[in-house]
Design a protein around this ligand. Structure first.
Ligand SMILES: [Zn+2]
Length: 622
């Protein structure tokens, strides 16, 4: 997610006058100048100095962001800021006030303010700040103070490495006057531009007229990285074929920023012309997982970075950006990531089947759908995309991630479109229509998109590519706004995949995680409302004592007791609830609902020529 842009509706005349005014204003005002230095990187803090020239007379309202492009939840980045001092143009210190937890206000400044502060950061991921003796991993919203009302101003950023360190900068920011000075055209682009400053290895390749840079901070050999790059390039090419073209990358190239380090956290974060990918895995040992992240993040350069939901546009750095479209922005990206890895020859049919299983399970078996639609789950991101809540939540049983859930919608839509058109119309056509109308036209200012989509727009694009508005309305109403499940078994059968029970005939109480604690066998997680255990009154923290009047002391004991039954049988369970009461209940066992997707060519059935042809058009090399 990208921008913090003030946009309102103007008539053409006033729009032109605003452009003239903005042009005049940005000519009059010098750039905001940031300087980053690292006097004690071993202590994981960074010194920031920022100068705001040519200020209007009003008090300067300095802010630390509460949200970060690409994250959907709130964060308190201001908590890591300390030792804040403001100075006027003559170097005299000015008093700062704290209007709230996220800002500093400087009044009576005489038109120029320089602010110096320290900021601590020790998390290498896509959202935070990570400083140490090996690098500075900088996500801008986690690191920089910005000023209200100066969104349109350009900025310069200058990096000074620790004494003796030979670090270089990798970023989507524009090159500046020297290799350690970069520029941003406006605040939203600045905040969308992470920086990796360290001992980087940079590789470069071209596809058509586009240039791709891969800046890696890693511990593998140069040969491992070169070998890895071949697969990265395959993914880039394969995903380009979905849309038929690449976007224009504003700085002139796209940059992958990779931190594959034992002290990184696993993450991937998309930006307009770059992505941050962090992992404890090495190229040698964790290659497949790293490539999955490459495939997901690069697809975002179209889907969400340019094909943008209106709900995320403009991106608000001070509030949570709630979107009901993440099933499309993230879920379809997840689907195309898996598909592209297979089409590019990196993931085999077994690996693809595992991904399809995850999607179908999310939609057909996951308990979230009982209470939430794809849109509802998308909106939950403002809560679920943050840290672990202090209180207990019922998310494990009342929410299914919009990543696999949206992947399931993409799968259903792709196969449905192919099925009803004899493979002439596909999900690629839908994505191209979204790109043509909502992504490619771009915006008036760098980094902007002036044609973000709503759910109704996406439905209209589906009506266009399918040539069938009632079909499009039905699909959206049933599977996106509603809580229906597509007929995955029938759809997958067309492509020669069987959807079958993972454990046929196995009696099932629910997916209860049992934990031995203090000599007691406890239900460790919430019990989903869709399970026999729930119907029988069992809940988290209950201690299981007996099944079928036999003492149970381990998960294995419970499993052994259940195995003597068949689905439909009733069994007595004795337990002690958390208030200390011993109770006995009767559970009517169900059949294990979990599913798996299996290629029929791996089963006795074999594949028909029609299935083979359908699958080839879907999964074959483009
Ligand atoms: Zn994503």
């Amino acid at each position: 997610m990208t921008r913090h842009v003030l946009r309102r509706r103007f008539c053409l005349a006033s729009l032109l006058s605003v452009i003239v005014w903005l042009t005049a204003a940005s000519h009059a005002a010098g750039p905001i100048a940031y300087r980053f230095s690292f006097p004690e990187p071993q202590h994981r803090w960074m010194q920031v100095e920022v100068s705001f020239p040519d200020l209007p007379a009003a008090a300067l309202e300095l802010r630390m962001s509460r949200s970060s492009p690409g994250r959907y939840s709130l964060h308190d980045f201001a908590k890591n800021v300390y030792d804040v001092h403001a100075f006027d143009g003559d170097g005299r210190e000015l008093p700062t006030a704290r209007p709230d937890a996220y800002g500093w206000t400087v009044a009576n400044h005489g038109g120029r303010v320089t602010v110096r502060y320290k900021i601590y950061g020790d998390l290498v991921d896509g959202t935070y700040l990570g400083i140490d003796t090996t690098h500075a991993h900088i996500n801008m919203p986690a690191a920089v103070m910005w000023a209200r009302g100066l969104d349109h101003r350009p900025s310069t950023l200058t990096f000074t490495p620790p004494a003796g360190a030979r670090w270089q900068v990798a970023t989507q920011l524009h090159p500046g006057s020297d290799p350690l000075t970069l520029t941003a055209p406006n605040l939203s682009y600045l905040m969308d531009s992470p920086v990796e400053f360290g001992p980087l290895t940079v590789r470069q390749f071209s596809v058509g007229s586009r240039t791709f840079r891969f800046a890696a901070h890693h511990l593998d050999s140069a040969g491992d990285l070169d070998d890895f790059m071949k697969d990265v390039e395959k993914i880039v090419r394969e995903e380009g074929l979905v849309f038929g073209e690449f976007p224009e990358f504003e700085p002139g190239f796209y940059t992958f920023l990779a931190d594959y380090l034992p002290y990184a956290s696993g993450d991937g974060m998309e930006h307009r012309n770059s992505t941050v990918m962090t992992s404890t895995g090495s190229i040698r040992a964790g290659r497949r997982a790293l490539l999955e992240t490459v495939a997901h993040e690069f697809f975002h350069t179209w889907n969400v970075e340019r094909i943008r939901p209106r709900s995320l546009e403009p991106f608000d750095l001070e509030r949570a950006n709630m979107s009901g479209e993440l099933w499309l922005a993230e879920g379809f990206t997840q689907y195309y990531g898996s598909l592209s890895l297979h089409r590019a020859g990196i993931a085999d049919l077994r690996a693809l089947s595992d991904a399809l299983t995850e999607f179908v399970e999310a939609a057909a078996v996951g308990p979230g759908r009982a209470v939430r639609s794809a849109e509802d789950m998308s909106r939950m991101a403002v809560f679920t995309d943050g840290g672990v809540p202090v209180d207990r939540t019922n998310w494990p049983i009342a929410y299914t991630s919009y990543y696999p859930f949206g992947g399931a919608i993409a799968l259903a839509l792709d196969l449905t479109l192919r099925d009803r058109s004899d493979s002439r119309v596909t999900l690629d056509d839908f994505m191209r229509a979204m790109w043509r109308v909502h992504g490619k036209p771009g915006g008036a200012r760098e980094g902007d998109g002036d044609h973000p989509y709503t759910s109704a727009d996406a439905e209209a694009r589906l009506a266009e590519v399918s040539g069938d508005a009632p079909f499009a309305a039905g699909f959206f109403n049933r599977f996106i706004r509603g809580r229906d499940v597509a007929d995955y078994a029938t759809l997958l059968a067309r492509a020669g995949f069987a959807l079958r029970p993972r454990s046929p005939g196995r009696p099932w109480l629910g997916d209860l995680r049992l934990e031995h604690r203090g000599g007691r066998l406890l239900i460790a997680d919430l019990v989903a409302s869709t399970t026999p255990a729930y119907a029988a009154g069992l809940e988290q923290d209950d201690e299981l004592r007996q099944v079928d009047d036999a003492r149970v002391q381990s998960a294995e004991d419970v499993g052994a007791a259940l195995q003597r039954h068949r689905p439909g049988d009733r069994t007595r369970v004795t337990y002690v609830d958390r208030t200390g009461f011993e109770k006995t209940t009767t559970v009517t066992l169900a059949a294990d609902p979990h599913l798996e997707v299996v290629p029929v060519d791996a089963t006795a059935a074999g594949m028909t020529p029609a299935q083979r042809a359908f699958r080839e058009r879907w999964l074959g090399r483009r």
